[in-house]
Write a protein that binds this ligand. Sequence first.
Ligand code: BTN
Length: 262
Amino acid sequence: MDEQILVNALAGLPVPDIRYVDTIGSTNDLALEWLENGAVDGSLVVADTQTAGRGRMGRRWVTRAGAALAFSLVLRPSTVEAARLGLFSPLAGLAVCLALENVYGIRAQIKWPNDVLIDGRKVCGILAEAAWNGAVLRGVVIGVGVNVSNAALPPPEELLFPATSIEAALGRIPERPALLRAVLAQLFAWRGRLSGAEFLAAWDARLAFKGMAVRIDQPDRQPLTGTLIGVAPDGELRVKTNLEEVLVTAGDVRLRPAGEDR
Ligand code: BTN
């Protein structure tokens, strides 16, 4: 990959400025810095390797040379979009899911809120970060990491959740610029529908573990167990516990093995 290949691959999409780097700490860090220094809506950072890739909840994200797609998109949300800020990361999850479905014929699912799974294994992680000036939203950076080839996968002992790659599902390694184009095309197409029921329906239809017994590990709270029902109108996860239906706003969803009683 190089910048010119990306410029050609993304022609016609609302991506006015692209920065490609071979190696960087984290594309999100560069995109956040760029946002502070005037990056316009749709500006894009792409890297071949990340040496300090970041995941949700302070985790590490490994990006190996030539094996993954790692990018961060700078968005400057409108006032209407800013009211639905929490939906930007599922928007990216849906975009990856639909790109895999439509372009490669791969059936993918979304583990709430935004991890993309193939056959129950994680193929893509998303880290959306907002930048504020006091109470004023300056912008949001959506960071997306996709395991393109098998070489992207960390050793099993380093994984918190089973992982897979597009190569494993497709039987070949897709071209990263074409994959990036497919994902961004979906993201921009759905961005305008963030406020509508159609977006929630498309997300909900691809939700992993629906109707199954799950455990939700929540930050600073006891884990919650119950049956996963679906996505609520504001993007929370609906979980039916023994007692009631609960709306979860943050956490990690795991399937609960049969017989586990807490
Ligand atoms: C997660 O699953 O916890 C989220 C992983 C997000 C990784 C991507 S790779 C591109 C961007 N840059 C980062 O440092 N993180 C995101």
